[in-house]
Write a protein that binds this ligand. Structure first.
Ligand code: GGG
Length: 329
């Protein structure tokens, strides 16, 4: 087993090595390959995703990606490395669970957002003549069917009850309508699952009112990005929000949080999102569900015992939290 380790920017440099340390304690034979990506890499090497990083990711098949600080302005030659990596590796589905953890967020929460990961406005295909700026929202049948298939198959395999298809087809009948129709088509092959549909604005309202009422949400890229941050607020915040980018024989574990420049360099970033992302990699990519459960239970045990980083009201450092997880393991 090989893991390509891309810490990226800001707190990615802190949470990723610590999470890898925990994983290595569970899998002593694991080979790791460290690779560069991100804004700092762009400044040093002129590219945010060097060819050597892409090659290492492909070779390993499994990646842990930390965080990236993409600038909120156009920078010539810069493209978000995580968006490129997801597309280049064909990671078509982004799984973003929100689960109740001991003492964090709301009880009784178990929501899974499945986000299409390769197209839509999120790929950042923009142009401008100075007076008019345009972004392309391209939705394809192939990508919509592929992500819907993953969402329904995962939901069925996990014994879930309901999949909610999120769209805005009343305003965007061609693009979001195609996404919804593809999801409907796949749904017919899963009669054991209830299916409903919700406009994205209604989904945001209902998620904010009663997140426990949802089971699986299937959404196009941008809506999935936004709704999953909203859901994360009820699960203890971005510090504990895990995700897995899933492709054919390849996967990128990725904490949902960004580079958090406000706390970077202090050694206090929460490693839970990275640890739980690695648990998803163990379960869904390496097919080691027992190891995944072991890691999840160890994280839960440490949180229940009151060891927490400052974002959750504690005073533990990133390293101290991971030490406690290794002791629990
Ligand atoms: N770990 C996810 C992450 O780094 N999020 C920050 C983010 O999405 N930045 C925008 C980007 O570069 O895509």
């Amino acid at each position: 087993m090989k893991l390509c380790v891309i810490a990226g920017d800001g707190i990615g440099q802190e949470v990723v090595p610590q999470a890898v340390r925990v994983l290595q304690s569970m899998l002593p034979a694991l080979q790791t390959v460290t690779a560069d990506a991100g804004w700092a890499t762009f400044q040093q090497q002129g590219t945010a995703l060097p060819a050597a990083t892409l090659a290492a990711a492909r070779d390993c098949g499994a990646v842990l990606f930390g965080a990236v600080s993409s600038p909120a302005r156009a920078v010539a030659g810069y493209r978000s490395p995580i968006v490129q990596l997801r597309r280049q590796l064909g990671c078509h589905a982004n799984l973003r669970p929100t689960l109740s953890l001991p003492g964090c967020g709301l009880p009784g929460l178990d929501v899974l957002i499945v986000r299409e990961n390769t197209e839509d406005l999120y790929v950042g295909e923009e142009h401008s003549d100075g007076d008019t700026a345009t972004a392309v929202k391209r939705i394809t049948r192939a990508a919509s069917l592929r992500v819907a298939e993953s969402a329904f198959a995962l939901a069925a395999a996990a014994g879930r009850r309901r999949v909610t298809i999120v769209h805005k087809a009343n305003i965007l009948p061609l693009t979001d309508g195609l996404f919804r129709d593809c999801a409907r088509e796949v749904a017919t092959r899963y009669p054991q699952l209830q299916v409903d549909e919700m406009l994205v604005d209604t989904a945001a309202l209902k998620l904010a009112q009663a997140p426990q009422a949802f089971d699986v949400l299937l959404a196009p890229n941008l809506y999935g990005d936004i709704l999953s941050d909203l859901a994360a607020a009820f699960g203890g915040g971005l510090g504990v929000a895990a995700s897995l980018n899933l492709g054919q024989g390849v996967a990128i574990a990725e904490p949902v949080h960004g580079s958090a420049p406000d706390i970077a360099g202090q050694g206090v970033a929460n490693p839970v999102a990275s640890l739980l992302s690695l648990a998803m990699l163990l379960r869904h990519h390496w097919q080691l569900p027992a190891f995944a459960t072991q890691l999840e239970l160890a994280v839960q045990h440490v949180l229940a015992a009151g060891t927490r980083t400052p974002d959750l009201g504690g005073s533990a450092s990133t390293a101290a939290f991971c030490d406690a997880v290794m002791a629990a393991l």
